[in-house]
Structures are given as C-alpha cells and as structure tokens.
Write a protein that binds this ligand. Sequence first.
Ligand code: IPD
Ligand code: CA
Length: 291
Amino acid sequence: LWSVSEQELEEYLRVLLVPVRECGDIISSAISSQTNVEIDLKVENKEEGNSSSVLTQTDIKVEKHLIAGLRGKFPDHKFIGEESSSETEELGNAPTWIIDPIDGTMNFIHSNPLVCTSVGLTVNRKLVLGVVNCPLIGKLYSATKEGGAFCNGDKIRVSGVVEMSQAMMIMELPVGASKQKKDVGMDNVRYILDNAHALRAPGPAALDISWVGAGAADGYFSQSIHSWDMAAGALIVQEAGGSVLDTTGGDFDLMSRGIVVASSAKLAREICSFIKLLPTPRDQQTPVHPL
Ligand code: IPD
Ligand code: CA
C-alpha cells in the first residue's frame, strides 16, 4: 500500500491546479476563436447517444497537456484518461490520476459555456483528491479526503433537501440514443415531472455532480458515464456532506458506469428506488469502492 501525508496531498493539489488552469485557457480560447469543431464520431458510443459520441482536437490536446504536466512532476504515478483509456490496465494501488479533459464536449462544440475539466486522484484505490474546473463560468470545485469541498477556495455544502417535492433534479437527456435508452430516459423524466420541484439537463456529468455538492442542485443520477466523469465529483459531494451511492442503492462503485448523488441520504434512496436503468458494460470487471 502507498501512503500519502496531508502535506503531500496539499502539494498534489497545488501542482494539479497549474495545468488545470492552463487547460481552462486552452478551452476558453478554442471557444472564443471558434476552433471547437467536431473531428470524429466515436462510433462505438453511438447507441449511448449524441453527447457520448462527439470528439474534438481540443479534447486530445487538453488531455495530453494535463498528463504531460503531471507525469513531469510525478513520474511513478499512473493515468486513466478518457482519450487514452484503451491503453489502461485495471485500477491498482498506485496513485492514479483519472482525467476527463473536456466533460461536456457536446456543449463545447455548440459554444455553450458549461464545459469542464475533471481530474480525480486515487491512492490505494480510494479517492483522495478531486478537481472540476469550469473555466467559462469561473468556477473551480475541489475536494481533498477529509479536507472538505470548496468552490474557488470557499467551503461548499449540499443543500440538505430531503423531499423530492423540494428537489431540483438533474439528469442527462439521451438525445440520439438507442430506442431502449430513450424509453428508459422518458420513464425517469416522467417520475421527476410528477414528483420533483424542478428538472435541469446542463450536460457535463462532472459539473452536474459538483453542483449537488455546492447546493446548486439536489439530485443527479446516471447509468452511462465513466470513471473519469465521476471520480472528482464523487469526492466533492461526499466532502460537501452529500450522499453518493451506486444506482442499485449499494456502495458507490467507480467502475460500474453508474452513480446517484443527492443532498441527503433520504433523497438518494428515493432516486435509487424510482430510476429505471439500462444495464451498461462496466469500465472494468473488478469493483472499486473509492469512498
Ligand atoms: C459526456 C457527459 C454527459 C454524459 C455522456 C458523457 P463527455 O461526457 O458527461 O453528461 O451523459 O454520457 O459522454 O463525452 O462530454 O466527456
Ligand atoms: Ca470528455
């Protein structure tokens, strides 16, 4: 097993923020110079919906920039990145940076400012650090294990909402997905329309999750995102006093493709009890319970 002191964790965060902010500048200037164009359809993701199958040059550029920056400082650390995921082995005990260079590529290509970079760090397969940076709205969410959760350095807390009738819910709308996935999505929308206070679909999973941590929304769920969409946000919500579960109601599993986050345990359980799910192939077979 690896050991990481509180001081080392602070140092990791300090080091990480340099390339994360540089990536924020890369993303902002790509949007303002309108170089945010789609270069490829990830055909293997087609059935999952349009938002899962878009790719731009900037996704690749930002991931390379982040990995190069971190590898230079931490040569013995490992990396799982969305755009280089095919190279990766199963998550082990070594410090591992789990990276989504651009979460919300669909928003990015439409010049919508809800676009973020998400970076989580696991040590001994536990999340110890998470950063979600949304450069165009000037919000940087962060958390360290047992160190609390922050937005731009100010402490954040979940709203504490308990009742669905008071909850602002967030879910992704499966535009362009398989018929089966759209039908499941429609059933979930229906329950929320009948029972919640509000429903929003901002797009990037890492930001959606962070907003529950920040008390800017009360519940979010998905069964079709990846470890790089969830790693940082899960720690942010936990450190902000929220509830993080697997979609079955069990312990959160980073490799299951599913997550439920909520402002209270009661609301999280209600979400687990109503959502219909489409089984999705896991990121890796071995479960990882990182919280
Ligand atoms: C996407 C977003 C979206 C989710 C898609 C993801 P990406 O991530 O997180 O919320 O519904 O499944 O693919 O591709 O923009 O990093
Ligand atoms: Ca991405």
